[in-house]
Write a protein that binds this ligand. Structure first.
Ligand SMILES: [Fe+2]
Length: 155
């Protein structure tokens, strides 16, 4: 089993445990949508695709475990770190890169490391692709504008 599959097993357990089928379905679409967009953006930007996918899969793990968005990025970073350490197949640098991206992913206004930015962009883009009439916040709009320019979209 490859490393992405190991992480999928972890997040699938969380998604399957969500009591509401409707919430579970939307959560799954979001998680898998973000992870696929992480592949697209990381590949386009010459960044490590596997780590980007893993960050996408784990980025909302606290949100869907605790069912709250409050501090989910910071708490989720800790959860992701523990999962990756326990699996024993990631280097400390890889764990830091993924945990860092998750830690900062709610801060859509600031620019962080390139992998962090892939996750933030994927997070915003998934919402807009899921529902093009989604009302974006000001910071999401500014980010989406840059994504549109980069990918030649008009969303
Ligand atoms: Fe998200």
């Amino acid at each position: 089993m490859d490393r992405i599959d190991l992480i999928r097993q972890e997040i699938n357990q969380v998604l399957d445990a969500i009591p509401s089928p409707e919430v579970s379905r939307v959560a799954s679409l979001h998680i898998y949508g973000v992870s696929q967009l992480c592949t697209l953006l990381a590949s386009r930007r010459g960044l490590p695709v596997e780590l980007a996918v893993i960050a996408g899969l784990l980025h909302d793990i606290y949100r869907y475990t605790a069912m709250t968005g409050k501090e989910h990025a910071h708490k989720g970073a800790g959860m992701a770190k523990k999962i990756m350490e326990d699996l024993g197949c990631f280097t400390p640098e890889e764990i830091e890169a993924v945990a860092g991206a998750i830690y900062y992913h709610s801060d859509k206004e600031t620019r962080h490391l390139p992998l962090d930015e892939v996750l933030k962009d994927a997070d915003v883009l998934q919402r807009v692709l899921y529902d093009p009439s989604y009302i974006m916040s000001g910071k999401e709009k500014r980010r989406m504008q840059r994504i549109n320019e980069e990918l030649g979209l008009r969303l």
